[in-house]
Design a protein around this ligand. Structure first.
Ligand code: GLU
Ligand code: MG
Length: 440
């Protein structure tokens, strides 16, 4: 970056918005050590910009945002050619110790516990779906046939520029595609360690938004942009590796080829799934997207290559390196969630399964939504929450996840989300979609 370019030091808050403060690039060396000032109550900012009334932070206190130079992206689409580097930061107390409520630190703690207790590391990546708004696709029927050459080409050179920028940033882009919905796209990255994966998820979204502006479009990651539309999900792929870096989820002798370790981890995620959803599908709109038969997540179960499952055992290809390819996909996340908290929730729930040595869940075949409640119960298929209120209740009652978050962070989270519920109380589905689309 040139000395007169700006560097923005940022964090992601409890509603997944990236917020921060900028300074001239010539100050970076000093800022890497001491960061920039930040205010605790910023964590009580809610989805639509107001402060949660009941937050415990109030007007008091000061923090530092200390940037992590490995978590950065350069946005270069200023109208006059100016750029800005966005660098994610840890939220620290003034003595530079971690602040208990920092969501990035919540993930750091979870990853460290997994390593310490079981010698395991999570490798993860997020699939990002989004909709390009204001992009004139009137020449294409319904925004173009899904997955078609025509739809992909119509929006060029957006895709090729995005792909190139991600490659330049070292994010290892995987695939770019025109998704099923009108003007809907998907971009994926290669897997990496959990903290980096969550950092990249946040920064990739800012890159997509910034690039869309160059075209006078707006990119929205809202879980739905219209109430009858196709959902924008954020599926999370993950696997576990041992201390030597060897993959541990694959065991060809087990049902679904899922190892005992993988089975216990998956069982932990399923056991805590309702509370986990409060952190991964954390908005009123999340439950408009997440319904059976929408390929989001219909019920809480482990499925083999089944897109109605909460946890999907993904396919592997060919006959070599199967253990390296083998991974699970968690389908109940969306972009209204904070990616650090998404992965922390999965790790913490999975850890509980490992600690309790839970038996592997049944690998469910078929679509349990077509079964009777009795058949679902017999197959170990549980309901997912059907509203934000239900998932928040589950989070409040989940002692293990609550303890992990800590009283202060849990209190702030519930306050922020209760504010969101109150603001949208009685709103029509269409209004709900409009409101979230305006901010995500
Ligand atoms: N758009 C779907 C969702 O809301 C996902 C489709 C897919 O399987 O990629 O999760
Ligand atoms: Mg997709």
């Amino acid at each position: 970056m040139a000395n007169d370019d700006l560097v923005l030091i940022a964090t992601a808050d409890l509603v997944g918005h990236v917020r921060g403060r900028a300074f001239g690039a010539d100050q970076l060396a000093d800022r890497l050590e001491h960061g920039v000032g930040w205010v605790p109550a910023d964590l009580a900012l809610t989805t639509f910009g107001e402060l949660a009334e009941t937050n415990s932070f109030g007007p008091l206190g000061d923090l530092r945002l200390r940037p992590d130079p490995s978590a950065s992206i350069v946005l270069s689409s200023g109208a006059d050619g100016t750029g800005i580097e966005v660098m994610l930061a840890d939220m620290l107390n003034l003595d530079l110790s971690p602040w208990a409520c920092c969501p990035r630190n919540v993930l750091r703690r979870a990853v460290a516990a997994l390593k310490e207790e079981f010698g395991l590391t999570m490798v993860a990546t997020f699939e990002h779906e989004f909709t390009l708004l204001n992009a004139d696709a009137s020449a294409l029927p319904r925004g173009g046939p899904p997955f078609s050459v025509e739809a992909l080409r119509h929006f060029e050179p957006f895709g090729s520029r995005l792909y190139a920028a991600l490659a330049r940033a070292g994010y290892e882009p995987d695939t770019w595609l025109a998704e099923f919905g009108p003007n809907q796209f998907e971009i994926t990255l290669a897997p990496c360690d959990a903290l980096t994966a969550a950092d990249r998820a946040l920064l990739l979204r800012e890159l997509v938004r910034d690039l869309a502006k160059q075209f006078d479009w707006r990119a929205s990651f809202s879980p739905l942009v219209t109430s009858h539309g196709i959902g924008n999900g954020v599926h999370v792929h993950f696997s576990l590796r041992d201390a030597d870096g060897a993959p541990v989820l694959y065991d060809p002798s087990q049902p679904g080829q899922l190892s005992a370790i993988g089975g216990s981890f998956a069982a932990g995620v399923l056991a805590h799934s309702s509370a986990v959803c409060a952190l991964t599908a954390p908005s009123v709109i999340s439950y408009l997207r997440m319904r059976p038969h929408t390929w989001s997540a219909g019920h809480a179960f482990l499925g083999l290559r089944n897109r109605e499952a909460l946890l999907r055992i993904c396919p592997t290809v060919g006959t070599s390196d199967i253990d390296q390819q083998f991974n699970l996909e968690f389908r109940a996340a969306d972009a209204t969630a904070n990616p650090w908290l998404v992965l922390a929730a999965l790790v913490v729930a999975g850890l509980d399964g490992l600690r309790k040595k839970l038996p592997a869940p049944t690998v469910v075949d078929g679509d349990p939504d077509l079964w009777t409640p009795g058949e679902r119960e017999a197959a170990g298929v549980a309901d997912l929450p059907r509203s934000l209120k239900e998932s928040l209740e589950a989070l409040t009652n989940d002692e293990m996840i609550g303890e992990w978050l800590g009283t202060e962070l849990l209190g702030a989270y519930l306050a922020v989300k209760e504010h969101e519920l109150a603001v949208l109380d009685g709103a029509s589905a269409e209004t709900v979609c409009e409101r979230y689309t305006s901010v995500y």
